[in-house]
Design a protein around this ligand. Structure first.
Ligand code: FAD
Length: 139
């Protein structure tokens, strides 16, 4: 892709991953989603998914499964460049508060980080000692 123009319509499982890969190839890619990101009514909606290294009835897909497993790890690593989450306001005084990039440790820590994120986002309290998770570390 050299003309730098691609629109991906539908950002469920396949569309979002195609958009991610396209963003490596062009700085002019756009995604369109009829609902909100990660909404519950798409095929990918819901709380759980399994990843099995089998593809019943089509062994020809096996290399894609192997590559998919590598790419999930790559996606985790790309979420933040240093492997730590992004927790806090994007800039001092910004109204945008982010809690993302928890990679493979986000489920076990979700309750604890949720308890930190809620009062911080509402401006009721701020927590010390989380410098490695603050977005400002990249400034
Ligand atoms: C209950 C359930 C359990 C599953 N379990 C597993 C599992 O354990 N492991 C596994 O590998 N797979 C599982 N699957 C299958 C997997 O979730 C689907 O194969 C996969 O999500 C399909 O991806 P998709 O991108 O084609 O569709 P989707 O993920 O549904 O994405 C399509 C997106 O397009 C959007 N859209 C539709 N029309 C428009 C429009 N006109 N304009 C803009 N956006 C539009 C939709 O809102 C949606 O977000 C499961 C599926 C279901 C339903």
């Amino acid at each position: 892709m050299t003309d730098g123009k691609l629109a991906v319509v539908g950002l469920g499982s396949i569309g979002s991953m195609a958009l991610w890969q396209a963003s490596h190839l062009s700085d002019s890619v756009t995604g369109f989603e009829a609902a909100s990101p990660a909404h519950g009514r798409s095929a990918v909606g819901g709380d759980t998914r399994l990843f099995r290294m089998i593809y019943r009835g089509n062994p020809g897909y096996y290399p894609i499964l192997q590559r998919s497993r590598e790419l999930w790890a790559e996606l985790e690593a790309e979420t933040t460049t240093d492997g730590h989450p992004l927790l806090g306001r994007l800039k001092e005084g910004s109204r945008i508060y982010t809690a993302t990039g928890f990679s493979g440790a986000g489920f076990k820590t979700a309750t604890g980080f949720g308890e930190i994120a809620a009062p911080e986002a509402l401006g009721k309290r701020s927590f010390e000692g989380l410098e490695s998770a603050r977005p400002q570390r990249f400034n």
